[in-house]
Design a protein around this ligand. Structure first.
Ligand code: SAM
Length: 326
């Protein structure tokens, strides 16, 4: 949800006009924007408070050379008696068939045997990718096969998806000769280097939809953190757990958080991705940025939203902007 994958060309078109060698991706999500900057040889600092987002960033942004070799994959997928059967027991009949759940448990429990933390992150990222591909609409607010969206992906086994994901992720590992770093924390607590470009793509607060990432991705977030420190709401159909506290989940919190970030980064160049149906609105953001920055530009991009809108099943035309301030 909210991935900027389809807007990377626009984002780079704007960023390349700015002078910077380090970029901070404060809300890295899928890692698509961090990866874009890595490809353009920037030093990347990626941050997100989700374990799954930090995990993928460790695998592809911080990691410069570790890949999953044949022996690693064999180790990950070999039957041992290490499996705790947690997913098989907890999510029986909810998202996947038993064979898939057992495969998830097998890989989850074998990951610790991989020596290197980057290899472990790659394996977890591949497992997460496999789970997302096999879930209708890629989100875990649906249970069972009621929402079969007809994709061939739903007919593949989790094991097949995992092998494909391992190949794809391995191919994406490379070294851009920069010291790239990943953090998993509240964006408001991050300390960043002087002069870095601050790229912000915060959760959008809107009256039309909640921005609770954990509600949508709890199963894969659970895989990423091994359900440590969370309480599964066993009475719910989806067996989700509570979202993490974020200032962006309330109207006033979102405004205050943006104000704090603009003030804090008054001496840094800022790029902010934003959407027209969010609060604070475009004019307010402009006003807030102008009070801290000498120059502020707004670049509109056309974008069609397809998910995350509870009130309407229709595609929802919203305007995306990139604010550029320095
Ligand atoms: C719009 S998405 C970012 C999408 C990302 N740019 C991409 O291309 O995939 C917003 C992200 O902010 C994260 N997030 C929400 N509140 C946060 C907070 N207080 N600190 C850090 N990350 C937060 C969410 O986990 C989510 O991944």
């Amino acid at each position: 949800m909210g991935s900027k994958y389809k807007m990377l060309e626009h984002i780079w078109g704007i960023a390349k006009q700015l002078e910077f060698s380090t970029v901070v991706d404060l809300f890295s999500g899928s890692g698509a924007v961090s990866y874009l900057f890595k490809c353009h040889n920037k030093q990347v600092i990626a941050n997100d408070y989700l374990h799954m987002a930090a995990n993928i960033a460790v695998a592809l942004i911080e990691n410069r050379s570790e890949k999953l070799l044949e022996d690693d994959v064999l180790l990950l997928t070999s039957n041992t008696n290490q499996s705790d059967s947690f997913v098989t027991r907890t999510f029986e009949g909810i998202y996947y068939v038993r064979e898939d759940n057992e495969f998830i448990d097998l890989v989850r429990c074998n990951i610790a045997s991989l020596g290197h933390p980057f290899k472990q992150a790659l394996a977890r990222a591949a497992l997460i990718r496999a789970c997302l591909k096999k879930q209708p609409r890629g989100i875990f607010t649906y249970t069972g096969l009621r929402y079969d969206d007809g994709r061939g992906d739903l007919r593949r086994t989790l094991r097949e998806h995992f092998f494909i994901a391992v190949t794809e992720l391995n191919e994406a590992v490379f070294d851009n000769l920069r010291d790239n770093k990943v953090y998993q924390m509240d964006a408001l607590g991050l300390i960043v280097p002087d002069h870095a470009l601050i790229y912000m793509d915060p959760p959008y607060f809107s009256a039309f939809s909640d921005n609770d990432y954990v509600r949508r991705y709890h199963l894969v977030e659970g895989i990423a953190c091994n359900w440590r420190g969370v309480d599964i709401q066993m009475h719910t159909k989806t067996k989700k757990f509570k979202g993490y506290p974020s200032p962006f989940s309330s109207r006033s919190g979102a405004k205050n958080a943006l104000e704090t970030l603009f003030e804090r980064y008054r001496n840094h160049p800022i790029m902010l991705s934003y959407s027209s149906n969010s609060y604070p609105d475009k004019e307010s953001i402009l006003g807030m940025l102008k009070s801290h920055k000498k120059t502020v530009d707004v670049v509109p991009l056309d974008y069609l939203y397809c998910i995350g809108n509870k009130k309407s099943r229709r595609h929802n035309k919203v305007q995306e902007f990139i604010f550029v301030a320095s």
